[in-house]
Design a protein around this ligand. Structure first.
Ligand code: ZN
Length: 494
């Protein structure tokens, strides 16, 4: 091993250990910790995180990093990726002056409380002043980072998904909107007659948990390298490729936990599939937020809402849940879980209307950051867009502009990666159908072949390549949103 790289790795090992500990505390907070632990745990996490910051921005690490950048040609591909990702992380940590960073952290800590209160009271005007402050901070932070001539919203987008700025996204959403809006109208009309009452028929939590474990294992979640727990909102936590954890929730409707578990298993299988020489390094996680979401949504939708996926295992579900599911045919089950009805809340959206929810947020963020839109005018704008794209209008701010936590946390530019993920997945799916009998494999219970394909082409690489490069290498062409419309038309167009 290169000597400079060895020095760098010594520092990184310490930093990664601290990060792993922080992640574990965060997991514990959401799943198991007693209520009164919160305050002391927050202090522990605060201390760990400042130690992390000290190492990452310390002289030892920076000297080693500098030496490494001068010797890139002597390094392996993996070493180069680790150097590159470390440089990016250090740059990110140092970009914002410490005092501004601290006051922003205090502001968002306060803002999430204000947002929650405003949402409960369905009154945007309570949130508007603090949102204005957050937007100002975000613009300033983006300006510290912007390259010559770069637009501020492009900087924010780039933080979540490299190579996808407003130019790419405008075109992406144009194609998606033109394809989906007419499809949704037709499909929603047909969905009105579908009976889905058997999905909430008093099934117990034990039954749901049994189904969740069965499904997680079926799609490739490895219970020797992961665990399943319960939390308010489902999420995935990864420590390294031998320890990836998922959560779900058990509500009245069983399709909620069924699809949550398949979704989170998709995230988990990605992290479990990352190579040993990358895991627990700065390059050892999913390529991007969008690529991550592409895998979880691939599992959830492209596989999980395909009739063939259920052929070998629907009997198991009927056995676990008993009546009335036992008396429901597979076709009726499929029709119920694929029902498309435009709803006001993004997280409850069906597969078809999902991207339109994201589009609304993208357009409004663009107006906020690039056009200096009046914050007070946003609820009206939001409602108009819902009416235009989804044909429904929120009756108050609670089910309108106040529904997402993201802006109160200072996350701008984050939403589009949800939509991009769907499109990445559809492009991969298009390619896979040329290389394998996708439906036949699912029918025969061979989801493992599909998973293995994704591991080989996407998962193993971690951050070795950008999402755009991964997609190019896996499918032989650059990103093309037409495949997403093609996929949705195939599924919902008849
Ligand atoms: Zn997800």
């Amino acid at each position: 091993m290169n000597q400079s790289f060895e020095k760098l790795q010594n520092q990184l090992e310490k930093a990664m250990a601290l990060q792993t500990a922080m992640v574990l505390f965060e997991w514990d907070n959401e799943t198991a910790a007693p209520k009164e632990a919160a305050e002391r745990t927050a202090a522990v996490i605060g201390s760990l995180s400042s130690q992390y910051l000290d190492i990452m921005t310390g002289e030892k690490l920076k000297t080693a990093l500098k030496e490494c950048s001068g010797q890139m040609s002597e390094m392996t591909e993996v070493e180069q990726a680790i150097v590159r990702e470390t440089e990016e992380e250090v740059e990110k940590l140092e970009r914002i002056p410490a005092d501004e960073y601290r006051s922003f952290a205090e502001l968002t800590a306060r803002a999430t409380g204000i947002w929650a209160d405003a949402r409960e009271k369905k009154d945007f005007s309570l949130f508007a002043p603090v949102l204005k402050e957050i937007v100002d901070y975000q613009k300033r932070f983006a300006s510290y980072q912007a390259k010559e001539g770069q637009k501020l919203y492009d900087v924010m987008l780039d933080n979540y998904e490299k190579d996808f700025g407003m130019k790419e996204l405008d075109e992406f959403f144009r194609v998606v909107k033109e394809g989906i809006v007419p499809l949704l109208k037709e499909s929603a009309k047909r969905s009105e007659q579908i009976d889905d009452s058997f999905l909430s028929a008093g099934y117990t939590e034990e039954q749901q948990e049994k189904a969740a474990r069965f499904l997680a294992e079926y799609v490739g979640f490895d219970f020797d390298r992961g665990i399943l727990a319960v939390s308010a909102h489902p999420f995935t936590t990864n420590l390294h490729n031998k320890d990836v954890r998922i959560t779900t929730h058990y509500l009245d409707r069983i399709d909620s936990s069924i699809y949550s578990v398949i979704h989170e298993s998709g995230h988990a299988v990605y992290e479990l599939g990352i190579r040993d020489d990358l895991t627990q390094t700065p390059a050892g996680q999913g390529a991007s937020m969008g690529m991550h979401e592409s895998q979880s949504r691939f599992f959830e939708n492209i596989m999980g809402r395909n009739r063939n996926f259920w052929v070998p295992i629907y009997g198991n579900m009927q056995e676990i849940f008993g009546s009335p599911l036992k008396e429901v045919s597979l076709d009726d089950f499929l029709a119920a879980v694929n029902k498309t009805i435009p709803r006001l809340i993004r997280t409850e959206a069906d597969e078809l209307s999902y991207c339109l929810h994201v589009l609304v947020r993208y357009e409004i963020e663009k107006l906020m950051i690039e056009e200096n839109a009046e914050i007070d005018s946003l609820p009206e704008l939001w409602n108009d867009k819902y009416e235009e794209y989804l044909g429904i209008r929120p009756k108050d701010d609670g089910e309108g502009i106040l529904q997402d936590i993201h802006w109160s946390q200072g996350s701008f530019g984050y939403f589009p990666s949800y939509a991009l993920g769907n499109a990445f997945g559809a492009q991969l799916y298009h390619r896979m159908k040329q290389e394998m009998d996708f439906d036949g494999l699912l029918r025969e219970g061979r989801a493992d072949v599909i998973r293995e394909y994704l591991r080989e082409h996407i998962h193993q690489y971690g951050k070795l390549k950008t999402s755009r490069q991964l997609l190019k290498d896996a499918t032989g062409e650059d990103f093309n949103p037409a495949y997403y419309v093609e996929y949705l038309t195939e599924r919902y167009g008849k």
